[in-house]
Design a protein around this ligand. Structure first.
Ligand SMILES: [Zn+2]
Ligand SMILES: [Zn+2]
Length: 478
């Protein structure tokens, strides 16, 4: 462990060393005996987060009526010398543990909007609902694996070949068009939703205003990067009754609106949606003057059971969206998973030629004052896209915030029960005033903490595998 002592904060994603089995077991036994539990308990609560935030400060709980101090907590008194909280990064490449939590929450959020639950009525299964994919247009031919087998370059590429998604001719590929499309993709989606509401209203012979009163469009969407570095949108789109019929409740839309109506309206809206590009104002032939979706639009009905044409059960759709919610451009296109401070930082990165050129194009266009509003340098690592990865309309289902609050409340109840059982109950939150002040004091683990945290994670993994095996054995016996 000599190298550990010279690097106090290990790089997050280098596989951290674990204690050897025997040392770990003896330490864990000591911890269970209650002799050295503090650090173990504090680290175990982080649930395997690879890069937790360290906070310095204190908190005091007062009795709201008498002003009596009920308890105080100083970060420096904690076992790790600081309060530690999870990083909550949704990117799987940054923190697998926190990304997994995010993925599960997204899955539950999407499922609730399709199957009901968490405040959504179960009748939503009968609403018109589809899974739609909107694509980016072409910016020049790229290496691919067409159904015919042979790429335009004449080769049959293997699945996963590094050249897939990269331009056949990088010199004629429209790099500015590609990153500027990403930079406008969020606005284009917003435009699409307006056109979709308009098309649905028209299908009932209503004005836009009438449509907005009678029909509510509920959706959840996620952005997925293609290998070529362009953003695609996948969305669950559901039709509900509008506020004139249902108020704030979720209820079935007018009967004339079917899955077929929704399908046709999505295709119409996707072909009509457009956003003005910078070329229109700047009179610059090198820049696009309009952005639109690609001609490939995929719309599939969602059912409780699989359709012949596709994967689209509600669970499959939820799993799909949740998976993409934890991935950025780094996974498919092989770019960076964090912000770039200087272009020279790219020198130390293992990027493909194509990914590098997309990032550099963002960086160069980002220097132009007339494109300043697109913040292309800030979002160069996202290849220009600065929208939300996953987002939803207000009435789709519950929120990630509500799911987190429910988890926090559950954890709090558990802590209270444990404290009660241990004979030192926590102050009643209803009559307690909490004054806290915490400030950022760094992130990551010390070498020692990293050892314990990684060993805890290994134990959790082994326990989970054992539980799965036990369950499988039991099912076999049944
Ligand atoms: Zn984390
Ligand atoms: Zn090819």
């Amino acid at each position: 462990m000599t190298e550990g002592s010279t690097t106090p904060l290990p790089t997050p994603l280098a596989t951290p060393p674990t204690l050897d089995e025997e040392t770990w077991r003896s330490l864990a036994r000591t911890a269970r005996d209650g002799r050295t539990p503090g650090l173990f308990r504090q680290l175990a609560r982080l649930g395997g987060c690879t890069d937790p935030i360290r906070l310095d400060g204190h908190r005091a709980d007062f009795d709201a009526a008498t002003g009596e101090i009920l308890r105080t907590l100083h970060g420096g008194d904690l076992a790790a010398g600081a309060l530690m909280v999870r990083c909550n990064n949704r990117r799987a490449t940054r923190c697998p543990a926190c990304a997994e939590t995010y993925r599960q929450d997204t899955y539950h959020l999407i499922t609730a909007g399709l199957a009901g639950g968490k405040g959504v009525p179960a009748e939503v299964t009968a609403h018109p609902r589809v899974f739609a994919t909107l694509t980016a247009p072409s910016f020049g031919p790229v290496h691919n694996r067409p159904d015919s087998g042979r790429c335009r370059c004449g080769i049959r590429h293997d699945d996963g070949a590094p050249e897939l998604g990269t331009p056949l001719d990088p010199d004629t590929y429209d790099y500015p068009g590609a990153v500027l499309w990403n930079a406008h993709a969020g606005a284009l989606w917003a435009r699409f939703t307006i056109e979709l509401r308009r098309a649905l209203a028209a299908s009932l012979g209503l004005t836009q205003r009438g449509g907005a009163g009678v029909i509510r469009l509920s959706y959840a969407k996620v952005a997925e990067y293609q290998r070529r570095g362009a953003v695609h949108f996948h969305a669950v789109i559901r039709l509900d009754a509008g506020p004139w019929i249902a108020g704030d409740d979720i209820a079935p839309p007018p009967g004339a609106l079917t899955t077929d109506t929704l399908d046709a309206a999505i295709r119409t809206a996707a072909s009509r949606a457009r956003v003005a590009g910078p070329g229109a104002d700047l009179d610059d032939p090198g820049l696009p003057d309009v952005f639109r979706f690609g001609t490939q639009v995929d719309v599939r009905p969602i059912a409780g059971a699989a359709f012949e044409s596709g994967p689209v059960t509600d669970r499959a759709v939820a799993g799909y969206i949740a998976k993409y919610a934890t991935k950025g451009a780094e996974t498919a296109t092989g770019t960076l998973d964090r912000r770039l401070r200087h272009l020279r930082d790219l020198d130390h990165q293992d990027l493909t030629h194509h990914a590098r050129r997309l990032v550099v194009t963002c960086w160069e266009l980002g220097a132009r004052p007339d494109l300043e509003h697109l913040h292309l340098r800030k979002w160069a690592h996202m290849l220009g896209f600065r929208g939300h990865f996953s987002s939803k309309s207000r009435r789709y289902s519950t929120t990630l915030g509500a799911l987190r609050a429910a988890r926090a409340a559950w954890q709090d109840a558990r802590n209270r029960a444990a404290a009660e059982a241990a004979g030192h109950p926590l102050p009643d939150p209803d009559t307690t005033l909490v004054i806290a002040h915490w400030a950022y004091a760094g992130h990551g683990y010390t070498a020692g903490e990293s050892l314990i945290s990684a060993s805890l994670a290994r134990t959790r993994q082994l326990d989970r595998a054992a539980a799965r095996e036990a369950l499988a054995d039991q099912e076999q016996e049944d």
